[in-house]
Design a protein around this ligand. Structure first.
Ligand code: MN
Length: 224
């Protein structure tokens, strides 16, 4: 199986003015495309790994030869994280999470404003390049946690289910916000796709099944 760059679920200019079209174009067609190309290249001599999705590669890094492990981790993570990130946003985004996810955010963070403040603060305080996540852990009654990962690590590597993600690599915001990462994080809520995050939360009991998401970050149907 060759890994492929998923189409964006909207146009490059559709998140304007919050995320500019030039940033989206370069981010998707250059950065994300490069992770996909490098992942395919790293795996070219490893046919035994060709059946794995990017998610499954991150869950089975011990099966990757040591010399290529870091390469596969970085590029499979870059591919998966960006696929999830594009779908975390929508031109008709914003508002507040409702339903089970809304209830869980209130339960675990007190209220929605406190959640947003904590998510932004985590993103601001990350040193260097990485991602800020809302993830569901599999212990403690399936509580939600906010944390950052460095490089392209994904919560799936800790056995957690990723619910919502923002990219805090400089390439995600530098053209518009320059060094003002806090401004980027604060403005981002306007494009957040809470319907997608809610769908992910409602599927988060199935993290162990390895097959809950396709290469484009689309959730798959699980048989009851
Ligand atoms: Mn990125």
């Amino acid at each position: 199986m060759k890994h492929t760059l998923p189409k964006l679920p909207y146009g490059y200019a559709d998140l304007e003015p919050h995320i500019d079209a030039r940033t989206m174009l370069v981010h998707h067609s250059q950065h994300h495309a490069a992770y996909v190309a490098k992942l395919n290249s790293a795996l070219s001599g490893l046919p035994e790994l060709h059946g794995y999705t990017a998610t499954q590669l991150l869950q089975h890094l011990d099966e990757v030869p040591a010399a290529l492990r870091e390469d596969v981790q970085h590029n499979a993570g870059g591919h998966l994280n960006h696929s999830q990130f594009w779908r975390a946003m929508t031109p008709s985004g914003g508002g507040v999470p409702r339903g089970l996810l809304g209830d869980a955010i209130t339960r675990d963070f007190g209220d929605f404003e406190s959640f947003k403040t904590a998510f932004e603060a985590a993103g601001v305080s990350l040193f260097g390049s990485g991602w800020v996540w809302l993830a569901r852990v599999q212990v403690d009654g399936g509580k939600l946690q906010i944390y950052t990962t460095t490089g392209h690590d994904n919560p799936i590597m800790r056995g957690h289910f990723p619910i919502l993600v923002n990219d805090v690599w400089e390439h995600a915001y530098y053209l518009k916000h320059e060094n003002r990462r806090a401004a980027y994080l604060h403005a981002w809520w306007v494009v957040v796709n809470w319907a997608e995050a809610s769908k992910r939360y409602e599927r988060s009991d199935h993290v162990a099944e390895h097959n809950w998401e396709d290469e484009g970050g689309n959730l798959l149907t699980v048989a009851a």
